[in-house]
Design a protein around this ligand. Sequence first.
Ligand SMILES: Cc1cc2nc3c(=O)[nH]c(=O)nc-3n(C[C@H](O)[C@H](O)[C@H](O)COP(=O)(O)OP(=O)(O)OC[C@H]3O[C@@H](n4cnc5c(N)ncnc54)[C@H](O)[C@@H]3O)c2cc1C
Length: 416
Amino acid sequence: MTHVGVMGGGLQGCCIAMALADHGARVTLFDRNPALLTRAAVANEGKVHLGYMYGGDPSLRTAKMMMRGALSFAPLLCRWLANDAGDFETSDPAAYVVHRCSQQEPDRIHAYLNAVHRLIQDAVGTSRRGDYFNADLASPIRPWSKRELEIELSNQALAAFQSPEVAIDPVALADLIRQRIAATPTIEVRTNHLITAVDLERSRVASTSNDIQHDDGFDHIVNSLWDGRIAIDSTAGMRPRRKWIHRLKYGVSFRPPDAARPARSMTIVLGPFGEVVRYRNGTVYLTWYPSCLTDRTFDAEPPFWPIMPDEPLRSTIFGGTYSGLAAIHPVLSEYAADELSDVVVRGGPIVAWGETDIDDPNSELHNRFEIGVTSVGRYHSVDPGKLTMAPYFADECARRIIGAVSTHAVSGCRAV
Ligand SMILES: Cc1cc2nc3c(=O)[nH]c(=O)nc-3n(C[C@H](O)[C@H](O)[C@H](O)COP(=O)(O)OP(=O)(O)OC[C@H]3O[C@@H](n4cnc5c(N)ncnc54)[C@H](O)[C@@H]3O)c2cc1C
């Protein structure tokens, strides 16, 4: 049985472990934390991007990449979790709201959304509604009426376009994945293991746990360490040829009072704005760039940023995010702060190519298509770019490994 060492127990690493187990491989899954899925994987709003967000990349390459990930997201997870697409905790579909300081005019954004929507419709045809959480992909992108705009948005918004795009509650998804992995005897989980280096030639992984050093050999090694990926790749002699940026971004979630008017899911474009996500269970998630983006570095390895911020940063993030979004979506100001329950401020690292942030229209952060699996022999380094892409690249990585194994096995020259 092929034995694969998977480094990183976030969404990407866990999906790779499940995909490999599905193909009959044995997996050892490493993470530095005491449990799986505790970092970026659960710190995000879980938008499963169909590509509408990437109007800053008019080539549509980012949209096409996201679409590929989004349309395989539910089918792959349903296979690995023995689940149905309708069982996932998802959000209401999001509207794309054009801010008055947007980098692009409403007509241009509408034209971009329509172009992406046509690509999606071409990709799914009429018969595969289940591929994207049973969403209605057949209806056109709908501009909000004047009345809808007046009721839901302030004069900071110029226009809004209704899309079918949803988010998946990443915390609920993480619970399902943890259960699946715990019930899979061919996946061994080694938490509290800090990966320190990889020896490519000998196909070995060095780690430390409780001050004890470990050195384990595998048939294949996968690097899905997200913010730890570039540093460990470099111990294996792989260095990126471009500039990258690690950014620390937070989000705020809470439950509004039961009888309150519901918030609408929306993404405010195009530039450093934010999002409102309302999951079907009533939980609301907010992220607002000016308050939620708190740090960044161009170092190979960012600091081990805390997922939960301490005071006074926590209150600053919460207050700034809430008031920033309430100024656009006034329903939020109908909820008194002391009526909110289950308030959580949580964040994580975002890793991407680029030298400037998204307030720069020319930033590489608008282009997210150069991501995926890079393989050198039996070493595979996976940059998901977004949560959206994790199942898709997991499937690709597992196929590469299993394909490589069977090719080697046929030729009888598999080096172990
Ligand atoms: C606030 C926020 C909002 C976001 N919103 C979205 C969104 O709506 N849609 C979307 O598609 N994407 C979104 N993203 C991006 C998405 O969260 C990430 O692309 C994705 O989660 C990264 O993959 P991961 O889950 O495997 O990372 P992680 O969960 O960070 O997993 C990496 C794991 O590796 C472990 N690790 C790292 N270094 C080491 C080491 N040296 N040794 C051992 N273990 C190590 C960590 O402990 C961690 O568990 C968002 C990100 C943030 C922070």
